[in-house]
Design a protein around this ligand. Structure first.
Ligand SMILES: NC(=O)c1ccc[n+]([C@@H]2O[C@H](COP(=O)([O-])OP(=O)(O)OC[C@H]3O[C@@H](n4cnc5c(N)ncnc54)[C@H](OP(=O)(O)O)[C@@H]3O)[C@@H](O)[C@H]2O)c1
Length: 292
C-alpha cells in the first residue's frame, strides 16, 4: 500500500487525552473495533452513544445505547432521525458483517452485507450531514465522520450489479461494500464541506467479523483465523493507536484522508479516487435505494 506522508501525525498517549464533553456516536459501537473505540473514548471523558443490537457496556456510565437492526434501511433512517446529530463532534461508522457462502437478502431486497456494511451508513450520513454539530456551544473542531472499511486496497465495485442480483460471490459482494465505503468518504468530502470525513483501514483485527464467511463451517473458520493470527491485532491495541488520531487537530480541513492501522495516512484506491468512478458508485447506490 502506497503511503502519503504529507500529514505530519505524532502519536500521542490515548490515556492522556482530555475528552471531557466530547459528544460521540459510534454506529456499530456494541462489538469489535467500535466497542473498543467506545470504551477508550468514554474512559477519557467523552459521552458516547453506541448503535447496535447487543449492548454489553451497561457498567460504563457515559456510554448510552441505541438499539437498531441496521440490515433495514427503514431502521437506518430512524437511527439518523433519533441520533442527536446537532450536538455531535464525532461519528464513527463500524457496523459490518462479511457476506456468507449463499446470497442473503434483507426484507427490503438488498444483499445483507451490502445493507449492513455500506448502505445503512450511506443512508445515515446523508440524513445527518447537514445537521451535524450545528448546535454545539463551543466546538473544538469541525464535526468529523470516520468510515471504517478497507480503503486504499484497490478494490473495485461492480456498479452494474452492486446488489449481486446477476451473480453472487461472497468476496465479490463484500468488495462492493469496501469500494462503496471508500466512495462514500470521497464523495462526502466533496459534498459536505461543513464536516470532515475520513476513511479507516484497520488491516486485520481479531474480532468476530469473519464468522459469517464460511456459513456453518466452524472448522474452516478456525483454520483461517489460526493461519492469519500473526497478522491480526486485538481491537484494544488498534483502538489505542487510533483514538488520538480521531481527535487530532492535525486532521482539521483534511477531509477525504484515509488512514491505515498505524494511524498513518494512505492514498485512496486509484480506481475509486477517479471522480467519475466515485460518481458511478454513488449513482448505483441511489438507484438501489430508489427501489426500496
Ligand atoms: N476486523 C477486521 O479484521 C477488519 C478488517 C477490515 C475491515 N474491517 C471493518 O471494520 C468494521 C468493524 O468490524 P469489526 O471487526 O469490529 O466487526 P465486529 O466485531 O463483527 O463488529 C461489528 C459491529 O457491527 C454491528 N452489527 C452487525 N450487524 C448489525 C446489524 N444488523 N444491525 C446493527 N448492528 C450490527 C455489531 O453489533 P451487534 O454485535 O450488536 O450486532 C458490532 O457492533 C467493519 O466495517 C469491518 O468491515 C474489519
Amino acid at each position: 500500500m502506497k503511503r502519503d506522508t504529507s500529514i505530519s501525525w505524532q502519536h500521542r498517549n490515548p490515556n492522556t487525552l482530555d475528552l471531557n464533553g466530547l459528544q460521540v456516536a459510534i454506529v456499530g459501537g456494541t462489538g469489535g473495533i467500535g466497542r473498543s473505540f467506545a470504551q477508550d473514548l468514554a474512559r477519557q471523558g467523552a459521552n458516547v452513544t453506541v448503535v447496535g443490537q447487543t449492548f454489553k457496556d451497561q457498567s460504563i456510565r457515559n456510554i448510552r445505547f441505541m438499539t437498531a437492526d441496521l440490515s433495514s434501511m427503514a431502521e437506518a433512517k430512524r437511527v439518523a432521525a433519533e441520533l442527536p446529530a446537532e450536538t455531535l463532534d464525532l461519528v464513527i461508522m463500524t457496523t459490518g458483517i462479511m457476506a456468507g457462502p449463499k446470497r442473503q437478502v434483507i426484507a427490503e431486497g438488498v444483499e445483507r452485507d451490502l445493507a449492513i456494511s455500506y448502505l445503512s451508513r450511506y443512508v445515515i450520513l446523508k440524513a445527518i450531514a447537514h445537521r451535524l454539530g450545528v448546535a454545539r456551544a463551543e466546538p473544538r473542531m469541525k464535526p468529523r465522520v470516520f468510515v471504517m472499511g478497507f480503503p486504499g486496497s484497490g478494490q473495485k465495485a461492480n456498479v452494474e450489479d452492486l446488489n449481486s442480483e446477476r451473480g453472487y460471490g461472497r468476496m465479490k459482494a463484500h468488495m462492493n461494500t469496501v469500494a462503496g465505503n471508500e466512495a462514500l468518504v470521497l464523495d462526502a468530502a466533496r459534498r459536505y464541506p461543513q464536516i470532515d470525513v475520513f476513511g479507516l483501514n484497520p488491516g486485520f483485527v481479531k474480532t468476530g467479523i469473519r464468522e459469517n464467511l464460511f456459513g456453518t463451517n466452524r472448522l474452516l473458520l478456525s483454520i483461517i483465523e489460526g493461519l492469519t493470527s500473526f497478522m491480526t491485532v486485538k481491537p484494544e491495541v488498534y483502538s489505542e493507536r487510533m483514538v488520538p488520531l480521531l481527535v487530532s487537530p492535525d486532521l482539521e480541513g483534511r477531509s477525504g484522508a484515509m488512514f491505515n492501522n498505524k494511524a498513518q495516512a494512505i492514498l485512496p484506491s486509484p480506481a475509486i479516487a477517479n471522480v467519475s468512478m466515485t460518481g458511478s458508485i454513488i449513482a448505483a447506490t441511489e438507484t438501489l435505494l430508489g427501489k426500496i
